[in-house]
Design a protein around this ligand. Structure first.
Ligand SMILES: Nc1ncnc2c1ncn2[C@@H]1O[C@H](COP(=O)(O)OP(=O)(O)OP(=O)(O)O)[C@@H](O)[C@H]1O
Ligand SMILES: Cc1cn([C@H]2C[C@H](O)[C@@H](COP(=O)(O)O)O2)c(=O)[nH]c1=O
Length: 225
């Protein structure tokens, strides 16, 4: 459970699953209902973590090995948590984060072949008690997600990042690894079929998140009194 009186929701899944799309839609729906929403992402979300994002996604850290990359992701996460996420939750805000610790478990742990104990130790240090209240996992075949990501990249002339460029088999393993996490943590994780139309998925996401809202968060007006 997250710290403070806010609500912490993370979005996870493979490349091109629709995380950014769904986060934007959810933020819009919640804001229109008066909630004070912070939309953020990983790696990144704070000035220090955004600097590390560039190092990681460009592949500049790749020659130093997966362990080094995992530690950099954790360092960026800790900066983001302490500088941005924890203060927002303490202020009663709804925090929506595009990827978080489950991405490290999957990308660095499972497909990076790092020992689970090492990854879990890093996560404990990185999140320092700030656990997501709820995680939406957008699930689709890797081929479909990569196709979407490549169409999106072509439209804005952005090349695939260091992780997107990996083998199809690796992306399929990641899909299975996210589903395994969901099976192990059913209270926190909700798996949605991401092949459906955006608005159908968005309605499911809103239902999931609304169930958790009244208990913990404040509406925007009361936060800024
Ligand atoms: N349900 C959907 N059906 C069809 N296309 C979609 C759907 N959701 C998103 N898209 C499109 O797929 C592309 C990828 O979506 P988006 O950027 O939201 O994914 P993402 O999970 O954040 O990707 P990444 O992890 O690679 O950043 C975008 O062009 C988006 O418009
Ligand atoms: C948080 C996190 C991310 N990654 C990888 C997953 C993606 O390939 C990129 C982020 O790109 P996006 O377009 O912003 O989704 O980084 C990772 O390997 N480990 C992590 O902890």
């Amino acid at each position: 459970m997250s710290s403070g009186t806010g609500l912490f929701v993370t979005f996870e899944g493979g490349e091109g699953a629709g995380k950014s799309t769904q986060i934007r839609k959810l933020a819009e729906s919640l804001r229109s209902r008066g909630f004070d929403v912070l939309l953020t992402r990983e790696p990144g979300g704070s000035p220090g973590a955004e600097a590390v994002r560039h190092v990681l996604l460009s592949g500049a850290a790749q020659p130093f090995g997966t362990r080094m990359e995992a530690i950099l992701f954790a360092a960026a996460r800790n900066d983001h948590v302490e500088g941005v996420i924890r203060p927002a939750l303490n202020g009663g805000r709804v925090v929506l984060c595009d990827r978080f610790m489950d991405s490290s478990r999957v990308y660095q742990g499972i497909t990076g072949n790092l020992e689970p104990e090492f990854i879990e130790t890093l996560q404990r240090v990185a999140i320092n008690g700030v656990m997501p209240d709820c995680t939406v996992i957008l699930d689709l075949p890797a081929t479909a997600g990569l196709e979407r990501a490549s169409r999106r990249g072509a439209a804005v002339a952005i090349a695939p990042d260091r992780f997107e460029r990996e083998e199809l088999e690796t992306h399929e393993k990641r899909r299975e690894a996210f589903l395994d996490i969901a099976a192990r943590e059913p209270e926190r994780c909700h798996v949605l079929d991401a092949l459906r139309p955006e608005d159908v998925i968005a309605a499911d996401v809103l239902t999931i998140v609304e169930r958790r809202l009244p208990l913990k968060t404040k509406i925007a007006e009361t936060v800024h009194e």
